[in-house]
Design a protein around this ligand. Sequence first.
Ligand SMILES: *Cc1c(COP(=O)(O)O)cnc(C)c1O
Length: 370
Amino acid sequence: MKCVCCRYLSFIIFHLSFSVLARAYLMKDLKELCRKNIWELSPYSSARNEYSGHVARVFLDANENPYNAPYNRYPDPLQQEVKTLVSKVKGVPVDNIFLGNGSDEAIDLPYRIFCRPGIDNVVAIEPTYGMYKVCADINDVEYRPVLLDEHFQITASKLLDACDDNTKIIWICSPNNPTGNNINREAIEEVLQKFNGIVIIDEAYSDFSNEKPMRAELRKHPNMIVLNTMSKAWGCAAIRLGMAFASKEIIDIFNKVKYPYNVNLLTQKQAIEALKDPFAVDKWVKILIQERSQLMSTFLELPICEKVYPSNANFFLAKMTDAQSIYDYLVEKGIIVRNRSRIQLCGNCLRITIGTKSENTELVGALRNY
Ligand SMILES: *Cc1c(COP(=O)(O)O)cnc(C)c1O
């Protein structure tokens, strides 16, 4: 038992350290940000969660079939082996990692955790990745797009001006999809400093960027969630593995709300294989960045291309003379690009993913004959 004055002293130290944090960050308490039902939720406790600390040999706890190993067993609900490798590759501690069924799950969960349907809202840059709005609509959460400027940039004050007391999340995608550019770092830092809710930075394309990833700044920003994915640089879109990096407190809430076995065994196995060979990814990224700069300069020489926007991703946006008919023409030839011409600020734009050298050559050949 501590004596009264020791307890009093630790009370003061505890509150002093928190008031220092509170001055540096306007972030509301996590409890205040969370929906009440989520904060108070007792999560499903799976059979495999309950025996930890012992070496187990005989599993008669989960009503599994004893035959057909290894597919008969439920997978690790917290994916410890995958996370240990992700931690090494990404430089983020295991406790700060959530793994989900694609980024899709990591995009949906923050709505379910923080946003009261019909009451709360979120703010996002516009144009950007479509899933943020789809998930907002599904969860009955108001979505407030804030238009980028003609350089596809934003200021912190524009985003913050769109917020009110019920704004729980600000979405920033950098490098941004479909524009391809990094959102300027000063604006991101300022939003993180000045917003009292959660800021989610989607870095799906950061492997292709020359900017230092925000996940390296996790400890500086208790209100930040960073998203990564195996679907792009890692070449594993088929296995559906997305990641969120955040404070342990936020990750614990993600784990409480997610489906118990949200990442299946086949995905975990394949992810482990991929993560053991990060050098393959480095090699692909290098080739794709080189191909990107070649393809972009070739596009600039095409008479049907009016402008190529700078890119830090594995795609770029090109303004064409007539995006719709060029798109239709390419489809006829069996070449599919993304027509973004009906998106705000992207009039007559096609989004071109960087392929292999021969795929890129085929695209250019077809466009020269348009
Ligand atoms: C492609 C992409 C993702 C990846 O989504 P997954 O569900 O992980 O495949 C995430 N965010 C952005 C902005 C993307 O363009």
